[in-house]
Every structure is written in structure tokens, then in C-alpha cells.
Design a binder for this molecule. Structure first.
Ligand SMILES: Nc1ncnc2c1ncn2[C@@H]1O[C@H](COP(=O)(O)OP(=O)(O)OP(=O)(O)O)[C@@H](O)[C@H]1O
Ligand SMILES: [Mg+2]
Length: 301
């Protein structure tokens, strides 16, 4: 585990922001701003939402302050996966009916989350003035958390690309299926070509038969990424293909809560521990959430 964490760390750093130096490293946590993590995929249905939610729960259980933000503009469903009905979303904040603090809901074990909704699309049409009120609220939020995990939609839509570009890092989820692998690579390629400020990318192989299969998938993507993009895409880990996941989804309970000892839950434990072990590059969003939203809205990719 230590060796793996060390090499992951090295790869993340090699692939991260140019102005990095020893002083601006943080040991797996913020200095005073939350780390904004986009969790995305090329192909849909590969397990992003389940991964995001269960990673958040594991980090939360380890004592980190974590907020899950459902940023899937098309099919927001983090709340459904937790069996918590969401009465309020970003939409109500934009309408001026709620403050951002009021729309944070709590899932299993008190995990804070913000439900998705059509409000995010409206955000794209707001004036800078409107956004100002919204983002200063968000800024306060980002001082309170260590990690904010964004469950984004799949694919290369403009909204997704902007979301990823505005985050501090992106975890790309793929399955071992060739279609999922090629779409994951396409996402990484497009983002790398168009990002004005590079962010670290890493990969998780979901629904893997075993670690060996995940490493093979990782090697395939790693090879082309190195050759054509000169980028390292470290493997954060794999989550086994495990029938407990679907059973838990049907019960609207996260699998790490419902079946804490199942193979997929143990895999999540390993990934979360490895992730917290990483010395991550400093957040690029030195202006906190406000910086994130501004970047998101202004990015021209
Ligand atoms: N590790 C796993 N083992 C077995 N089945 C899984 C696993 N991960 C996900 N699944 C199955 O895949 C389904 C889709 O997962 P999920 O909703 O998390 O994908 P998604 O990438 O968020 O989809 P979308 O792109 O539509 O947002 C789950 O409902 C579950 O049945
Ligand atoms: Mg999803």
C-alpha cells in the first residue's frame, strides 16, 4: 500500500500544476479551501454515482469533511441512491428562495449532499451580478470542507467539460469494457488538449474481475496517454464487479452502508485509504468555490 501510494503520488505530481513546489503541497487535505474533485466518465452507466457516494462515505467515516454535489445536469440521482427525497436543489438558491446552506441535506451517517436539478443549467444563463451572491455563499461552504465531490454527467458535453476544467482534479471512472475504455480515453484526450491549466487526472476501474484486470485496463489507457498526450493517468484502484452493488441500489442504500463487508465495499475502503495517503497538489481554486464557478462559467472550451 505504501509503495503504491508513493508511486501514485509521484505520478500525480508529475502530471499536475506547473507551479508546484514542496511548500504548496497538502497532505491529502486542504490548506483552507476544499479540494474540488470532479468524478466523470466517457461512457454513461459505468458506476460514477455509486463510486462518488461510497467514496464520500468512506472519507466521511475516516473523519474528513466531505460534501457530495450532484452535478449531473441530465440525470441527477444521488438522492435516489440514498433513499433521501430532495426537496431543494441549487434551483431554489438561484430563485432566491433558499440559501446554499439550507439546501444541504444529509444522507446515511450524516453525509452532507446537495441534490442536483435543473438549476444548474440556469446557472449558465445568469449575469455576473446574480452569480456573485450565489458564489459568496458557496465560498463559505468551501472553507468548511476538506473535499467536495462532484458527480458529473458522462461524456463530452460542454457543461461536463467546463465542470472538469474548473475542478482541482478529475477521477475518471471506467469499466473493463472496450467501449467504456475508449470513451474514457476520449474524455481524457479532449480535456488534455483543451485545458489551459492542466489538472491531475486519475482513473478507477469499476466492475473489474480482479486487480489484475484493472491493471491491464489502466496500462492500456496509460500507454496511449503517455504516448499521445505525454500524461500520466495513475490508477487509484478498482472496484470489483459485485452483485451486492445492484442489491443495495434497489434498496436505495449505499452498498458500503448496506454490505460493509462485501468485496466492493472492501475495495472502496482501500481506494479511500490510498487517496487520503496521497500528498495532493494544492487546489488551483485559490478563490474557493467562487473561483470554481467563475472558471466553470467563463471557460471557453
Ligand atoms: N461495482 C459494481 N458491481 C456491480 N454492479 C455495479 C457496480 N457499479 C455499478 N453497478 C451497476 O451499474 C449501475 C449504474 O451505476 P451508476 O448509476 O453509479 O452509474 P453512473 O455512471 O452514475 O450512470 P450515469 O452515467 O447514468 O450517471 C448500478 O445501478 C449498478 O446496478
Ligand atoms: Mg450517475
Amino acid at each position: 500500500m505504501i509503495d503504491q501510494a508513493a508511486s501514485l503520488r509521484e505520478m500525480m505530481l508529475n502530471n499536475s500544476l506547473p507551479q508546484l513546489n514542496e511548500e504548496n503541497l497538502v497532505q491529502g487535505k486542504k490548506l483552507n479551501q476544499a479540494r474540488l474533485i470532479a468524478i466523470s466518465s466517457g461512457k454513461g452507466g459505468v458506476g460514477k454515482s455509486n463510486f462518488t457516494l461510497n467514496l464520500a462515505l468512506k472519507l466521511h467515516a475516516a473523519g474528513k469533511k466531505v460534501l457530495v454535489f450532484d452535478a449531473d445536469l441530465g440525470m441527477a440521482n444521488i438522492d435516489v441512491l440514498m433513499g433521501v427525497s430532495s426537496r431543494f436543489s441549487v434551483y431554489h438558491v438561484l430563485k432566491g428562495e433558499k440559501r446554499i446552506q439550507d439546501i444541504i441535506q444529509f444522507g446515511p451517517h450524516g453525509l452532507p449532499f446537495v441534490a442536483g436539478g435543473s438549476g444548474l443549467i440556469e446557472l449558465l444563463t445568469l449575469s455576473e451580478e446574480d452569480i456573485h451572491g450565489f458564489t459568496s455563499d458557496l465560498d463559505r461552504l468551501s472553507n468548511e470542507y476538506d473535499y467536495i465531490l462532484f458527480d458529473t454527467g458522462a461524456g463530452l458535453s460542454l457543461e461536463n467539460r467546463r465542470f472538469i476544467a474548473a475542478a482541482d482534479e478529475c477521477i475518471v471512472v471506467t469499466t473493463p469494457e472496450p467501449t467504456s475504455i475508449t470513451d474514457a480515453y476520449a474524455l481524457i484526450k479532449v480535456m488534455h488538449r483543451h485545458l489551459s491549466e492542466p489538472i491531475p487526472f486519475s482513473m478507477v476501474v469499476n466492475r473489474a474481475e480482479n486487480r489484475r484486470e484493472a491493471e491491464q485496463v489502466s496500462a492500456k489507457i496509460g500507454l496511449v496517454a503517455k504516448r499521445f498526450l505525454n500524461a500520466a493517468i495513475p490508477l487509484l484502484g478498482h472496484v470489483s464487479d459485485d452483485p451486492h452493488v445492484m442489491r443495495a441500489v434497489k434498496k436505495q442504500t449505499p452498498f458500503t452502508v448496506m454490505y460493509p463487508q462485501c468485496t466492493a465495499s472492501r475495495d472502496m475502503e482501500r481506494i479511500a485509504a490510498g487517496y487520503m495517503d496521497l500528498a495532493l497538489p494544492l487546489t488551483q481554486n485559490t478563490q474557493g468555490f467562487k473561483g470554481f464557478i467563475n472558471k466553470w462559467l467563463k471557460k471557453t472550451i
